[in-house]
Design a protein around this ligand. Structure first.
Ligand SMILES: Nc1nc2c(c(=O)[nH]1)N[C@H]1C(S)=C(S)[C@@H](COP(=O)(O)O)O[C@H]1N2
Ligand SMILES: [Mo]
Length: 390
């Protein structure tokens, strides 16, 4: 509680948003580390109800797969499923289909299996680094995770129900319930996207059942798209014959229709569109603390993502110098984190700024200048660390 207080007080004073007053502030955010959530290990507590749990950044240095018990958690509403009777559970498919269907878990398990490693990243991952600050959960970089998902193709489920010609969108919702008259949490994809053969209904994560807080018994996986679309505890698929005008599609999760989803800070009126594909990002995870040896080789490693396409290259720059190519780790598919490493030599005594930049196979790259939008979405500015050689 004391930690919350300190953070809030600093934010209220405008100190946290200043960006230059507190060196190290952003790396040592005072969120409490808690262990009291079911099926979860030590997580940074953003909020208890509805749960918002952040993965401590150090974990990303341990490998490119995020363990289930350390995977971040985000729910909009308090009333979330705490247990599910898997025998009684049904996934209903209705709307503009030739036959309404209700799939049991056993029915789903009979469909062809698919497996894919993919990053689940919240639209507001890294929101705490927006300057000026924006409302919403002040996530550091830990509202993302990478897992091997096992499940069935959404297309196979839709084909069994028979999507009617002329259908426009497919809407998804889960077992969580809104309070009072609040709008049901539901997101939709175009029919073509829903039937692309990549979007999947996952029942396993890293070879195990999904943790309850990550969507047990089944969730949607929308590779390359922000996880607002990855509906958890999915129990209803509705095929629509017109574009979805529900609150969560038409009003929430809107981004500026501008390059990099960026507008001048404070701008409220701008053409908008629903958030969609992810962008390339990269991080240095081997952030040592304390001084490093001047003149000695410094080994650095980290992770990168391509976003909606694979990682083509990760480059590193020391003190604003030329971008040098790092060595990429094993390729686990275009939607997965990709490890990278590099040894930097001969750092003169003093501070050094080391920046890292990912470029994806579509040619999109990270830029150094910050972006801003009122939702605090899609931050993908180049990340840098400062090391001290002595
Ligand atoms: N049913 C349901 N699914 C949901 C949400 C939700 O509130 N309810 N939140 C979405 C958002 S915004 C995010 S960031 C991801 C988080 O997935 P995770 O909790 O497994 O990390 O779930 C998505 N799916
Ligand atoms: Mo999110």
């Amino acid at each position: 509680m004391a930690d919350w207080g300190r953070r809030d007080a600093l934010a209220a004073l405008g100190v946290a948003g200043a960006g230059l007053a507190l060196p190290g502030w952003t790396q040592a955010r005072p969120l409490p580390l808690v262990r009291n959530f079911p099926q979860k290990g030590a997580m940074l507590l953003q909020r208890s109800r509805a749960p918002l749990l952040e993965t401590p950044f150090e974990l990303f240095d341990q490998g490119i797969i995020t363990p289930n018990d350390r995977f971040f958690v985000r729910w909009h509403y308090d009333d979330i499923p705490l247990s599910v009777d898997t025998n009684a559970f049904r996934l209903k498919v209705d709307g503009a289909v030739s036959g309404r269907l209700a799939f049991s878990i056993a029915d789903l398990l009979k469909l062809p299996r698919v497996e894919l490693t993919a990053i689940n990243q919240c639209s507001g991952n890294s929101r705490a680094y927006f300057s000026p600050r924006v409302p919403g959960a002040q996530w550091g970089h830990g509202a993302m995770g990478n897992a091997r998902w096992t499940g069935v193709r959404l297309k196979d489920v839709l084909d069994r129900a028979g999507v009617k010609a002329g259908a426009s969108a497919v809407r998804f919702s889960g077992l969580d319930r809104p309070p009072g008259e609040a709008p049901w949490f539901a997101k939709s994809l175009s029919v073509d996207h829903a039937r692309d053969g990549e979007v999947m209904i996952a029942f396993a994560m890293n070879g195990q059942a999904l943790p309850m807080l990550n969507g047990f018994p089944i969730r949607l996986v929308v590779p390359g798209w922000y996880s607002t679309y990855w509906i958890k505890a999915l129990d209803h698929i509705e095929v629509l014959d017109a574009p979805d005008d529900n609150f969560w599609m038409a009003k929430a999760y809107q981004i500026p229709a501008t390059p990099r989803a960026s507008v001048a800070p404070g701008t409220k009126d701008f053409p908008k569109l629903p958030i969609n594909k992810m962008l390339p990002r990269s991080f240095i995870t081997s952030r040592g603390s304390g001084p490093i040896k001047a003149g000695a080789p410094l080994h650095l490693r980290g992770i990168a993502m391509g976003g909606a396409s694979g990682v083509a290259a990760v480059n590193l720059s020391v003190d604003g110098g030329a971008w040098q190519k790092t060595v990429l780790g094993k390729d686990h598919g275009k939607y997965s984190f990709r490890g990278w490493e590099m040894t930097v030599t001969q750092l003169a005594p003093g501070p050094h700024r080391i920046a890292v930049r990912a470029t994806n196979t579509s040619g999109d790259t990270q830029l150094p200048d910050p972006i801003w939008n009122p939702g605090g979405y899609m931050l993908n500015t180049i990340e840098a660390i400062t090391v001290h050689a002595a």
